[in-house]
Every structure is written in C-alpha cells, then in structure tokens.
Design a protein around this ligand. Sequence first.
Ligand code: UVW
Length: 318
Amino acid sequence: MTDAPDLTELLADSPSNWGKWGPDDQVGSLNYLTPEQVVAGAAQIQKGELFTLQRLIGDPNGDPVWPGRSPATREMILDESHWDEGGDGPAFPGGLHYADDKLNAFLQGSTQYDALGHVWYDGKIWNGYDARTTIGGLEKASVEPIAQRGVAGRANLLDMARFRGKDYLEPGETFTHEDLIACAEAQGTPIAKRDILMIRTNHLQLFFEKGDAFYEDFCESGLVYSPGLVEWFQDMEIPNLVTDTIANEVTFDPNSGVALVLHNALMRNLGVTFTEICDLEKLAADSADDGRYTSFYVAAPLKIHRATGSPVNPVAIK
Ligand code: UVW
C-alpha cells in the first residue's frame, strides 16, 4: 500500500461527460467526430501517402506490453509438413494444401483501442454504468461499439521528442497540455477543437535497446494529470488520444503517486478513447521533412463482443 490518494478523492471535482450523449452511450467523445469532422479530416490529404501506425505483432525484436501481460504468440496449425509421409494433412479432392495458424493474444497486448469500460474506480465505469457489468466480459462500453462506429477525423501529430531536442523521452519524463500547445505552435499547426491528438515520445526505443531491463522501475514517459489538463481536454473536445507508449500517460503521477490517473480522468470520466502502442516513427520523420503535422486519421478496432480492447492498425493519410 502507498499513501497515494484514492482516485475518488483526487478526481472529486474533475469534469464528467456522463449522460452528455444519453444514458445508453458507449463511445463517449467519439461523438465529437461528426460527419463535418470527417470531411475536415479528409481535407488534410494532399499527397495521398499512407502511414500505417500498428506495431508488428511477433516482432523478432520483441513486443512491448504492459507489465503482467505477455506478447501474442502465433501457433502454426497446418503447413506443408503435414502432408509429409505419415502426416495428418487433410486429403482434399484435387490435392489442395493450405496453411493455417492461430493467435493467442492479450487484446490489450499490441497496438490497440481501449474500450471505454477498460478502467474504473468507485464501482462505476464510463457513463455511470455499474462496474459489475464488466464481469465475464463488458456488457457496457466494450470495444464493440467503437468498432461498429469506426474512427475518422483530423489528427495533429505532436512530436514531443523532437520538440525537446531528444531521440526519445526518458522514463518518468512528463509533459502537460501547455507543452502540447507549445509543441503544436512550434510545428506551425495549432491544435484545433476536436483534433485527434497523436503524441510521439519514441519512449519505446528504450524497450528495444534495453530488453527486459526496460521493465525495471517501470514508469513510462507521458502526459501528466492536472485539473487544468482535464479542463483543456474537455474544452477542446478531444475525441481520441493516440500515443506511441504502452499506456498513453506517465505511469505513476509524480505529484500524487497514483497510477494511470488520465485513464480515469479522461477515459472513464470524459469518454476520451485511447489508442496505445502506436508506431509514429515514419509519420514523424515525414512530418519533420515536409513540415505538415496534420493528417486524415482512420481506424477501426476489431468487432469483438464484450471485449476490453482490440488490436488495430490505424492509418494516417497525408
Ligand atoms: C492498463 O490500463 C493497465 O493498460 P493499458 O490501457 O495500457 O492497456
């Protein structure tokens, strides 16, 4: 136990969007992405270049995951060896052979969308649904409604590593919404209302350099909670926070010691969707090159009934 305050106490006066989109809402701030926002997003396309933002599942260099989760494993079920002498390959008329495999994966164990019901405190998830609706699978605010809806809009890439003149941000290194605003202004494209925020830290370079030692005293770099930051997300009607770290925020708040405060202040309370473990490297290099940090962002997680999250391969088009 620590003497960190309860989230109930810490976020007692924090804004909430519960009920704003009706008692049955399950997609939260994605409601800000109206057809007008989709059209505004599509207007960012100038050269027709696509950037896929998913990290490779089964990367020979390792798959970064939240402590306690394991990377996905892919199992070969059928391949040409099954038709070797004495093998069990099925005999189809005409001599068909084929390959099959299956994936054993944490749904939060790769580039992913979090369902809005993925985190909670005080017995309530997004929109005030009872946390007991999570038992055995999310009855409310699972990833399925996000998958059914899809996500598209204007994304603004905030390259915090480059802005700070670094290759990557260090463990525990934090930044605020004021830093995001300053970064966007330095890049020449101020953050607009309803922008999808994509934040590059390149922090996971440390995972690839250090291997298992990355998890010693685990504390990722990222956004840090303040009441002002939550108000700003609320005023700016930010629909989706997309980052290249495992959990989208500094793991332990350096001020309070509380873990994953923004998952609760932004996702549980405001309904902001989180997309995690993205690979923003090629997009960031291209943006530094042509000076254009906005793109048309399109993503849809997999339609998985009652799931807490789902792998996704978002696409940014410039
Ligand atoms: C947790 O919430 C624990 O993890 P994440 O949102 O990074 O999947």
